[in-house]
Design a binder for this molecule. Structure first.
Ligand code: AMP
Ligand code: TRP
Length: 390
């Protein structure tokens, strides 16, 4: 029997997916599950590396499962499970911690982004301000010592010195804030990519379909696999990242930025948005930003990308030629696009609503998934521990 390619990917249970996630990730997974051995994991251990509400986590995991199943991930074809249901993930992560250099972790862009601090205050104080501040205090003291009543000269000095002191206080506030941030960053956030490497390596994965932002983490996974193999003997497959072919879907409200949940609701279309919400968000989508000289503005381009994904060929053609001969009316384009998206999301939303009424069935799918994943994970872990002399 020719063995199929093994695929692993994970998604954090954020509670809702948007059409960027669908077109950029899920759509690719649906194709892969037809030809390969796919494992899709709801990575709850990754989701707890940032602040969260424990009472909400089970619902977030459940919602993620609803999204994947309603979108078409099929438990008969793929293994779908929750990371924390297979304890081997955290056990392998610990073992990999012992071969991963801290320096590699500190180089990760996502780590740098997460710990980065946006300074709120600029340093606008110069040396002469400092000298002036110091001298002012000296002059005040001298006046007090002399018992002088001549304060006319001092008032002006104090006004400038006070401004300098206020700026200093701002800087102190900024530094305290930074210090607080530095001191609350958790080790889990730095070590996050090691857990991701464990997820991937446990299943002897060949291909990891991810977005561009995760490519560096897959590179690190390759490094960890190679280091382990050379230190303890050939054990892991060195996996490859497969970047999604889909274009980046841009924000509706600011088409120069990638559509993302963190930008706020008007920027994205959730797969669960009601038809009314979808129509409203699209009708407000920005179309007129930027270039005049013949080139399509980013907002219009984004709407065309979406129309090509969701619209009927005749309709796409109609708006493309209207754009070419400059008779296009964006309100019509938006209306057609909203209709197409509402129509396309309708079966997804119905299926999701049906599944939501059967939580036992959904949890059973996840539990069955874990039962299938676990023996594979146990086998790899046993091999790893043996090689490590444990
Ligand atoms: P995230 O929720 O950002 O972790 O992304 C989950 C998956 O969706 C990743 O594979 C991303 O590459 C993909 N994705 C997220 N946002 C977009 C977007 N605006 N356009 C295309 N793909 C996206
Ligand atoms: N870190 C990934 C993200 O934030 C999620 C993830 C965790 C993952 N483990 C993985 C992706 C293993 C692919 C393979 O998107």
């Amino acid at each position: 029997m020719a063995s199929k390619l093994k695929i692993f990917s994970g998604i954090q249970p954020t509670g809702m997916l948007h059409i960027g996630n669908y077109l950029g990730a899920i759509k690719q997974w649906l194709i892969l599950q037809e030809t390969s051995d796919c494992i899709f994991c709801v990575v709850d251990y990754h989701a707890i590396t940032v602040k969260y509400e424990p009472e909400e986590m089970q619902q977030r995991i459940f919602n993620a499962a609803l999204d994947y199943l309603a979108a078409g991930l099929d438990p008969k074809k793929s293994i779908i499970f929750v990371q924390s249901h297979v304890p081997e993930h955290s056990e392998l992560a610990w073992l990999l911690n012992t071969v991963t250099p801290v320096g590699e972790l500190r180089r990760m862009t996502q780590w740098k982004d997460k710990i980065s601090y946006e300074p709120k205050f600029e340093i606008s104080i110069n040396d002469s301000d400092f000298r002036h501040l110091k001298n002012t205090w000296k002059v005040i003291n001298e006046n007090i010592l002399n018992g002088s009543n001549d304060i006319s000269n001092i008032t002006n000095r104090i006004s400038r010195a006070t401004k300098t002191a206020e700026k200093l206080l701002d800087l102190v506030e900024g530094m305290l804030e930074f210090d607080a941030k530095l001191n609350t960053i958790k080790a889990g956030l730095l070590n996050y990519p090691i857990l991701m490497a464990a997820d991937i390596l446990l299943y002897k994965t060949h291909i990891v379909p991810v977005g561009e932002d995760q490519q560096q983490h897959v590179e690190l996974t390759r490094t960890i696999a190679r280091k382990f193999n050379s230190q303890f003997g050939e054990t892991f497959i060195v996996p490859k990242a497969q970047l999604s072919q889909a274009q980046r879907i841009m924000s509706l409200a600011d088409p120069t930025k990638k559509m993302s949940k963190s930008l706020g609701p008007k920027h994205y279309l959730a797969l669960t948005d009601t038809p009314g919400t979808i129509r409203e968000k699209i009708s407000r989508a920005v179309t007129d930003v930027g270039s005049e000289g013949g080139e399509m503005s980013p907002g219009v381009k984004n709407l065309f990308v979406l129309l090509k994904e969701f619209g009927a060929p005749a309709e796409i053609k109609k708006f493309e030629s209207a754009y070419a001969d400059k008779t296009i009316r964006y309100s019509e384009l938006k209306e057609a696009l909203a209709d197409a998206i509402v129509k396309k999301l309708n079966p997804f939303q119905n299926k999701r609503a049906d599944l939501a009424k059967e939580p036992k069935k959904v949890w059973k799918i996840l539990n069955d998934g874990a039962k299938k994943a676990r023996p594979i994970a146990q086998k790899t872990l046993a091999e790893v521990k043996k090689k490590m002399g444990l």
